[in-house]
Structure formats: structure tokens, C-alpha cells
Design a protein around this ligand. Sequence first.
Ligand code: GTP
Ligand code: MG
Length: 350
Amino acid sequence: MLEMVVGGFYGDEGKGKITGYLAVKDDADIVVRAGGGPQAGHTIVEGKKVRQVPGGFINPKSRLLIARGTLINPEILLDEIEQYGVKDRIGVDYGCTIIEREHMDQEKADLVKRVGSVGTGTGPARSYRILRTAKIAKEIEPLKPYLTDVSAEINKAIAANKTVVAEGVHGAALSLLDYKFYPYVTSQDTTASQFAADIGIGPKDIDEVIVVYKSYVSRVGEGPLEGEWDEEKRKEMGIEEIGTVSGRRRRLADFNYELAKDAMNKNSGTQSAITCVDRLFKNNESVREYGSLTNDAKAFISNLNTFFKSNSRYFKGISIISTGPNLEDTIDLRERSKVGSKEVTEVRTA
Ligand code: GTP
Ligand code: MG
């Protein structure tokens, strides 16, 4: 069974926490990070952030893999391997593209100013991959102990009915090929089909696509943002956010139903997770039962559930509601059962 976590807006929806939750709750045999590079920071629980190591490190039993579509800054990766003590259970694909110092310099001199990139070198490194001049992981001496064929490992695990959690990066609205937001996009597409290719699996190997949305929209950097809050509205809402990697103040806006629908369809979303419900609706911190949410929060979730059901083809329901940054602050509406040797997920109605 392969569950893939993807972002529904501009990234930073809380995919890190949801990945960590699934890794623990569903006893993931493998957690694989797909796409992006060190520019994408995931916060798994308070104080535990990763830029390269898969968020599943929070489950000490999970094997951790970095897919070939992910760009690597060896220094950052090796630091995180040390910091989280995962050297015996992490694997890095032979084919991951390597970010070098000059790529970071190039990004700082150009993309940072032009489209608001974060300066970690991901865009330029990827462009050299396209030109076939970038280095890949198998050429980097300190990465040698970790090298593996991620596609082969994942295909084998799926065939053996193991549980795999795949974590995507960013959000659908940052997809490179999107025409509405170009050039304020990232250096690859950021939906499930791209992440499948990044891992080296086919579209039919994804059993569940969990599209993660924040209860409002946040965005780091330049580009259009419909319904953006001004200073007064930010104060009134009492919400502040600082980017994990960029350190920049995140721009905030109202929940965008059209973008949400678009992301659901582009991902063939089967479920969705809604995060930061506690920030938008007061008095919902750490709520763990759907029935204990306040009425305004329940109405929001239930309307959104109906909206997705009537607008998307594969959607089973809002399955996870997050009411705080830590793993326990979660309402889980899934029911898992076995049909033959296969694991099946149903969703109770919100
Ligand atoms: P990208 O890969 O960059 O898109 O990151 P991400 O989706 O993993 O999110 P990121 O960790 O950058 O930002 C989400 C922030 O929200 C983090 O600080 C989380 O700890 C926090 N967070 C996640 N879920 C909740 C929630 O339900 N409530 C509250 N209060 N905070 C949350
Ligand atoms: Mg982030």
C-alpha cells in the first residue's frame, strides 16, 4: 500500500506533520521523500525540522529513502543524518542530482531577486541536470555508504504488500508548468504524477493521494495571491507565520476553493488533510475527536467535504484534521481494513 502526501496550495500546508503522523500511525515500513531539494523545509513536530531527511524519521522502525527526483546538498543531508541519528536506516538514490556551491551563488544572483526563490541552488542545479552536466549522488564519496536504487526498493516493497508513505514537496500551485503562476513557480511540477516519476513508480502504484490544505492559504515569496490579508486583517485573525527555510514572513490569504479543487483534480486526490484548524477557529487546540470541534470549525470542514465530493472524481472524504503542530493533535476519520492481502482505507463522513 502506497500513500502519497502532497500539498494543495503553495507549500507549507503542514505536509511534514501529516507525513510524520502517517509514518507512526500506519507503521510505515518505508518513508520516501520525493521531489524538491533543501529549499523545502518540513516541520514534523515542534522543534524537529528536516530539509533532506524524510519526515518519517519520527518512526524509528521506518526505512528512510530519498528518491532520485530529489536534489541534494550533501552538506545539509550529512548534517541531518547525524542530527537525527538515522545513518543505519537511510538510503539515497544513486541518481539524485547534486547541488554545488556555484548553483547557490547563481540562484542568489538571479532567481532570488526575480521570482523570490530561497537561494538554496535547487533551480540552477536542476537546469544543469537537464543539460546533462550536473553531478549525481553516485559520484560523491561521502554519500557512498547510503547509495541504493530507490525505485527497485519501492517496487519490491509494494509487491510484498508493505506500507510505504511518500512525501511530496511544495504545493500544486507552485508547479513549473502552471501557466497562471509562471514564472513564480518552482523548478518542477509538484503533483502526484511528478512525485511518482521522481520515485520511479507508475501511476497505478499509488493507492491513496492525501492532499494537504491549511485552513487558510500561506505563501512565501513573490507572485499572485488571491484574497491576501493586509496588516489589519492579519492582526484581526491573530495568525503569524515565518518560513522554515526562508526565514521570511509568510503571506496569508483566505482559503481558496478554486485552487483547492484544481489541486484535488490534478492529484487524483482520494483523501484530504486539513491543518491549522486551531489557528483559524479559536478553542480547537489539540482537539482529537471530530465531535469536540467548535461549531464553526465543524461547519467549515463539513462544507469543504461536500465541495470536494461534488467536484472531484476519486475523493473519499476529508480523512485527517490537524489541530496543533504535534502528532497527537490529530483527528483521524479513516478506517483501515484488509481485503485479501491488500489494505483498504475508508473514510467516515465529516
Ligand atoms: P513544505 O514542504 O515546505 O511545503 O512544508 P510543510 O508542508 O511540511 O510545512 P512546514 O513545516 O513548512 O510549515 C507548516 C507549519 O505549521 C509548521 O510550523 C508546523 O509545525 C505547523 N503546523 C502543522 N500543522 C499544524 C496544525 O494543525 N496547527 C498548528 N497550530 N500548526 C501546525
Ligand atoms: Mg515548508
